[in-house]
Design a protein around this ligand. Structure first.
Ligand code: BGC
Length: 399
């Protein structure tokens, strides 16, 4: 194992110019290439904190860098608890950034970004995806939420969890960053004061784990997810349509014209929606009106962590596995990216440049009694977990 990771690790560290940081940062100052045992002791890593600039409102926000023994590097800002960068090696050990985003907070607050609303890398909440007409009834009371997507409520409203400043606490012993946000009773129309904690952990085996917990003082809907856009070619392909996607799902929630579920769970068999075997995203995209923007019903959903999706990018050899405790996953093929945004490394984000795999409960669940519940009540703890695991493969793995 040591032999396999040594060359890519050193190449990666050298190309990132972070070799000295990583070597000093690892517990006991062991050289990174020798630190291959996954004990808790060896996992203690230096977490770098830097400024990410000032928000429009004048508050300075930070960016935190998690690095592991294999030189994988993840950057997260406390603005929106947003993942801004994930650097992983390709099959030749060359480092590349596999998510879309910006180098400073200005990018996330620009007029163009707010206009197109792509939610790059953010934690979305209090409710990820749509709630029809921004209305729901709970315990006999009807609540009206902010509507920010035509007549519907999307990703928490006008100022969702992606646009607030979270309280960050680096946890070097776990190689993790803890972020907390207290959402006030009535915020964006939701009932109850909701205290949310998100912990991002970078494991020694290249897994970015996201643990979500929340408590409330009044019953409220909650559906948290991360909205990263991936492109595993890291700039070496014109779009993400060549990525081979596998979704562990044989049904999806059918939606109406405004992307609200009709309630029907339809089989993917024999249609362009079928990703039960690794298939290039672009192969049948034209057959799906508007592109993929659908919630898939994960098989074997029972609150324990399970494989939900895999993605293989043939030119780089990068491979990503997604595990989650959630019952659904929104596969969104970046349909609304339109070239109006230019991000890190001067990369222009045109349509389908990146795609999202948002683990979640189903859209509009507060209005759909047949869907798994999204209601959190006082005294209960909301607890979900999702991880994105990165590796390289010589060829597409057969499932
Ligand atoms: C939604 C899309 C939306 C995108 C960006 C996705 O989660 O399903 O419909 O356009 O987020 O806001």
């Amino acid at each position: 194992m040591k032999k396999n990771i040594l060359r890519p690790t050193l190449l990666l560290l050298a190309s990132l110019g972070i070799a000295s940081v990583t070597l000093q940062g690892c517990n006991k100052g062991k050289p990174a290439a020798e630190t291959t045992t996954n004990t808790a002791e060896n996992a203690s890593m230096n977490i770098k904190t830097e400024t990410f600039g000032k928000t429009k409102e004048g508050t300075e926000v930070q960016v935190y860098t998690l690095t592991n023994q294999q030189g994988v590097q993840v950057k997260i800002t406390n603005y929106g608890a947003t993942v801004t960068s994930i650097i992983t090696p390709d099959k030749n050990g060359q480092a590349g950034d596999v998510v879309l985003g910006f180098d400073n907070v200005e990018g996330y607050q620009s007029d163009a970004f707010l206009k197109s609303g792509p939610y790059f890398g953010a934690i979305v909440g209090r409710y990820g995806n749509r709630i029809a007409k921004g209305k729901f009834t709970l315990d006999g009371n009807t609540y009206t939420l902010a509507t920010n997507n035509g007549e519907n409520h999307l990703h928490g409203g006008n100022k969702g969890f992606d646009k607030v400043i979270w309280t960050a606490k680096p946890m070097p012993e776990q190689n993790a960053l803890q972020l907390t946000y207290v959402s006030k009773d009535g915020e964006e129309g939701y009932p109850g004061t909701l205290t949310t904690t998100v912990v991002y952990t970078l494991t020694p085996d290249n897994e970015l784990k996201i643990d979500y917990t929340a408590t409330t003082d009044k019953a409220t809907p909650i559906n948290l997810t991360n909205h990263s856009y991936f492109n595993l070619a890291a700039g070496r392909a014109p779009d993400a349509l060549g990525h081979l996607l596998m979704l562990q799902a044989d049904r999806y929630t059918v939606v109406n014209a405004s992307l609200i579920p009709t309630g029907e769970l339809r089989s993917v068999a024999g249609t362009a929606m079928d990703f039960t075997k690794p298939t290039a995203i672009g192969t049948r995209l034209a057959q799906v009106e508007g592109g993929y923007d659908h919630n898939y019903v994960l098989t074997g959903a029972n609150n324990s962590s399970k494989l939900a999706a895999t993605v293989y990018e043939p030119t780089s050899g990068r491979y990503m596995e997604v595990f989650t405790t959630e019952p659904g996953i929104q596969f969104y093929s970046g349909n609304f990216l339109d070239g109006s945004l230019t991000g890190k490394g001067n990369t222009n984000y045109k349509q389908h440049y990146g795609f999202c795999l948002e683990t979640q409960h189903f859209p509009d669940s507060p209005n759909q009694p047949e869907f798994p519940t999204t209601i959190l009540r006082p005294g209960e703890t909301y607890k979900t977990s999702t991880s994105y695991k990165f590796s390289v493969k010589d060829q597409v793995p057969t499932q």
